[in-house]
Design a protein around this ligand. Sequence first.
Ligand code: SF4
Length: 326
Amino acid sequence: MNQNQKLISVRNLKKYFPLKVSWLKIFKERPYVRAVDDLSFEIKYGETLGLVGESGSGKTTVGRTLVRLENPTGGQILFEDVDLAKLFGESLRTKRKDFQMIFQDPMASLNPYMRIGNAIEHPLKIHKMGNKAERKIRVYEILEKVGLPPEEFYNRFPRHLSGGQRQRVVIARAMVTNPKFVVADEVTAMLDVSIRSQILKLLIDMKNEFGLTYLFITHDLASAKYICDKIAVIYLGKIIEIAKTYDIFKEPLHPYTKILIASVPVPDPKMKKKKFIPSGEIPSPINIPLGCRFHPRCPYAMEICAKVEPELKEINGRTVACHLYD
Ligand code: SF4
């Protein structure tokens, strides 16, 4: 594994969901929810890329499309030079052991009638990895790694576990096939604040031990700051800024990123931060504004912003899509 090499290259990815229309409107152009709208980025081996944005920005759809829980409408998902967007059937099933997704709600992710040991063993069975005895050894191993003593937890049901313990089980299940790439989608959102840092620490430990690469999806900038090497900011299905975590917190460039950073709570309430307040509501992903999609809410909007969509481009070593830097 070369840490300067790309594990994933996403190019012009699109995911549109068609809306149902009445037969009276059948001759009009069919409306779509443009959840992911022409988005490109890369993740190197061993890197954690944060995908941050408000609820409804398309983050989860990006994650689900990368691991092919959704079929892309267009674009490429190059995973070690294999285009996942073009895989179907058996070839996709075989590849699936290399990439996994951890979901927000651990209770909803687990079958309430399946014992913990069986739930973690399930992906090994699907991918025909090992015999029964070998699989049990592997499940014991991974339970140890996530901090759940196997003798105590192997035969328990999800309802007997706390929220934090259930999330550890979900992490164990995702890691049991020894994947290369994991999408972690709002994995701490439903946990108590006291448990969140433990789960983030566990993800970091697992990454270091198994040489994993993460896409870390969150609306919580504080978690992203803690765990991510780089951050991509998404707004209405499009990435509007990508930078190293340090740079994005020190000097956010895009007006929307400035708003997100300004909304992160500061430890000292006496410390004043300059607030950039957006005006108006987030537009619908069905009717995305022409030009810069952020222009109806942007305090710096200029005439050109309503007409021309800014490209995501490199400016002095930073990558941003905004006419302020043309
Ligand atoms: Fe604001 Fe214009 Fe930049 Fe969009 S392109 S963020 S509207 S200044």
